[in-house]
Write a protein that binds this ligand. Structure first.
Ligand code: ADP
Ligand code: MG
Length: 390
């Protein structure tokens, strides 16, 4: 990838060249929903949508940042002062990273930064994690911090948790940091062990955003967490990760109906993640389709986190391609997106079916993203100036 135009923009903004660039991808979760906080498995894939951060060290303690995605705005703050929330909403993600890195006792020098991204924002593809990981990568390089990819991901998660007030798990940042081109990453949320699994070359990743306005997400999310914890406790488990369907059946009389169904989702979903790993490795579309179907129905009926437009998107896909598509809701639920795996040649049919049916059924416009699996955090140093503007 060339960064010539961005290097020129950097030069124009800061009157000096960028020293290098850090870049990190957005992501989609293939399967393994609401399993992360039950110490289970998730199976995300990094995308070929990326956030890049051009950087150059300054001789003072100032951090200055512009984003091509927010033209005319910038943020600037002193690193030797306590980090507080700033006037720019997006600038706070950079402040958040500084806050956690400084909080860990790391020394940061001033820098000029320029961000640019083609990760759609607020569409459930985790543009915020891509930004945090790219910023973490830039700071790591600029200050020779020696952080591992996992450490950068953990700082990104902590930035969301402690500064941005978003209680996310580790999945988004870990896949953004450690993703690999052409691979999905099975993550064990108990010990953060990762296993890269190649995606069959003839499979396409399609993500479709329902654009249904998400409401009550936090309170419902928290209630689901409590339901899972109570179910685990009544089953005598530290977490639902250790549960089996047989144990669930045996302890059914002690559980409320809601707890039983929440636990059934988590336990069966963990099993499905591991089965999906096998199905992907075997390029078995019938098995993938059945597993993602079961995941979606479990999220709809047992975990109760889908909404009619998202169920409708899944129905339209299945009406069009039957078992030639693996499709389910992805992300936090109550709206958001669906993820599909299908053969390349079926993509036009899918697009047409959505255009013809979704708006008509739900009075909403769906966004269609055709993606492939991109690589994780990358750092590149520039050794030559881009050609001067002639
Ligand atoms: P998601 O992570 O699902 O895309 P979030 O609301 O968590 O949605 O994060 C989106 C926010 O991240 C944006 O509103 C913006 O503040 C910040 N952000 C993402 N990408 C960029 C970018 N390229 N430049 C500046 N800020 C960005
Ligand atoms: Mg986010």
């Amino acid at each position: 990838m060339t960064y010539e135009s961005l290097q020129q923009q950097f030069q124009a903004l800061y009157q000096r060249p960028a020293q290098g660039v850090a870049s990190a991808p957005g992501r989609v979760n293939l399967i393994g929903e609401f399993t992360d906080y039950n110490q289970g498995f998730v199976f995300p894939c990094s995308l070929d949508f990326r956030t890049v951060v051009l950087f150059a060290a300054r001789s003072d303690q100032q951090l200055v940042v512009h984003s091509v995605n927010y033209p005319g705005e910038h943020d600037s703050f002193a690193l030797d002062q306590p980090v507080v929330t700033g006037p720019s909403q997006w600038g706070n993600y950079i402040r958040a990273m500084v806050y956690v890195l400084k909080g860990a006792g790391l020394q940061l020098g001033g820098a000029d930064l320029l961000i640019s991204s083609n990760v759609p924002q607020g569409a459930g593809l985790s543009s915020s994690a891509a930004l945090e990981v790219a910023i973490g990568g830039a700071f790591n390089q600029l200050n020779t911090l020696g952080l591992s990819l996992q450490q950068i991901a953990l700082f990104g998660q902590q930035a969301e948790n402690d500064f941005m007030d978003c209680q996310c798990g580790i999945m988004d940042q870990l896949i953004s940091a450690k993703g690999a081109q052409g691979y999905a990453l099975l993550i064990d949320c108990r010990d953060l062990q990762t296993t890269a699994v190649a995606l069959p070359a003839d499979l396409k990743l399609v993500i479709i955003n329902s654009n249904y306005p998400r409401k009550l997400v936090d309170s419902e999310y928290n209630q689901r967490r409590i339901d899972c914890e109570q179910a685990a406790q009544k089953m005598g488990l530290q977490s639902l990760r250790d549960g089996t369907l047989a144990l669930l059946q045996a302890t059914k009389p002690q559980l409320t109906d809601t707890e039983y169904r929440r636990a059934r989702h988590v336990i069966s979903e963990n099993n499905r993640v591991l089965a999906t790993q096998q199905a992907l490795a075997a390029n078995d579309m019938a098995a993938l389709s059945a597993l993602m179907r079961a995941s979606h129905l479990s999220l709809r009926d047992d975990f109760e986190v889908t909404v009619p437009p998202v169920d409708g998107l899944v129905d339209i896909c299945r009406e069009t391609l039957g078992d030639e598509i693996a499709v389910r809701m992805t992300g936090g639920g109550f709206g958001g997106a669906i993820v599909c795996l299908c053969r390349d040649e079926h993509v036009p049919l899918l697009r047409e079916a959505l255009t013809n049916n979704y708006q008509q059924r739900f009075a909403l416009h769906a966004d269609f993203y055709l993606c492939s699996a991109g690589g994780g955090l990358q750092i590149e140093l520039f050794n030559a100036l881009p050609a001067a503007n002639a």
